[in-house]
Design a protein around this ligand. Structure first.
Ligand code: XBP
Ligand code: MG
Length: 238
């Protein structure tokens, strides 16, 4: 039986990547007087690397003008990533990141129906705090039984570590949960932990990029979620 919704953040709760993290990275580059810019297409390619700092390091390997030594690249990535997160919070604060259709309504419906909910994301805790307090208000954290972020794992998605950690902390079997994700890396992480999976494609992860082998329920991009429908699908998937 469905007991818990496990929410991804980036791309699932909101289109944070194209209009949030990407724009914030570019502001951080500019502020550091680096002649670097990630356009929408390049950022999409880089999303195969999960984790903003890791993404930056992967890009630096090929980027002329990036520091030569690995230690210097690490230090620069750390500095730029912190500034990126600062600018991301500023963009969120300006109201530039809207929730995706039906997300807040499903969070409310699930809470009213007595389901527990958790956040299971690769993004940094500061980014989750900025976005969710904007979308749900200052007591946002009370909506969730658990909030797991990028800092909480050694290996980021598509590794299942964060899902296994969530199941263990919540004392759940995988078939008592439903993961809500938008991307192949997120979906792979959930399925490797045997958690049933709803995938709603996002700007950077259209349906064609989502492997059918995941056995996910691919949800229409703009359709509101309906809790009874989610429960029915979950029951058939388990
Ligand atoms: C999200 C990510 C994150 C964000 C940026 O993946 O990969 O790195 O792009 O966040 P998912 P940070 O939606 O699968 O959790 O810069 O804080 O890492
Ligand atoms: Mg995602």
């Amino acid at each position: 039986m469905l007991e818990t919704l496990l929410w991804d953040i980036d791309g699932t709760v909101a289109e944070t990547e194209r209009d949030g993290h990407r724009v914030a990275f570019n502001r951080a580059f500019e502020e550091a007087e680096l002649d670097w810019h990630w356009d929408e297409a390049r950022y999409g390619e880089l999303l195969v690397i999960t984790g903003g700092r890791e993404r930056l390091l992967a890009d630096m390997v090929e980027r002329p003008g990036a520091p030569n030594s690995a230690t210097d690249r690490q230090a620069l990535a750390l500095r730029l990533h912190l500034r990126k997160n600062h600018w991301y919070a500023a963009l969120v604060g300006e109201g530039r990141i809207a929730p995706r259709p039906g997300v807040l309504a499903l969070m409310r419906d699930a809470a009213a129906a007595g389901l527990s909910q958790a956040i299971v994301t690769t993004t940094s805790r500061d980014n989750v705090r900025a976005l969710m307090s904007r979308l749900l208000g200052p007591s946002w954290v009370s909506t969730f039984a658990l909030v797991l972020c990028g800092e909480d794992t050694v290996r980021k998605k598509p590794d299942p570590e964060i899902y296994l950690q969530a199941l263990s902390a919540l004392g759940l079997r995988p078939d008592q949960a439903l993961a809500i994700e938008d991307s192949a890396p997120g979906g792979l992480a959930a399925r490797a932990a045997a958690v049933p999976l709803l995938l709603r494609p996002s700007v950077y992860f259209p349906q064609a990029t989502l492997p059918a082998s995941l056995g996910a329920w691919v949800y229409p991009v703009d359709q509101d979620f309906r809790l009874p429908e989610l429960r029915r699908w979950h029951a058939t998937a388990c």
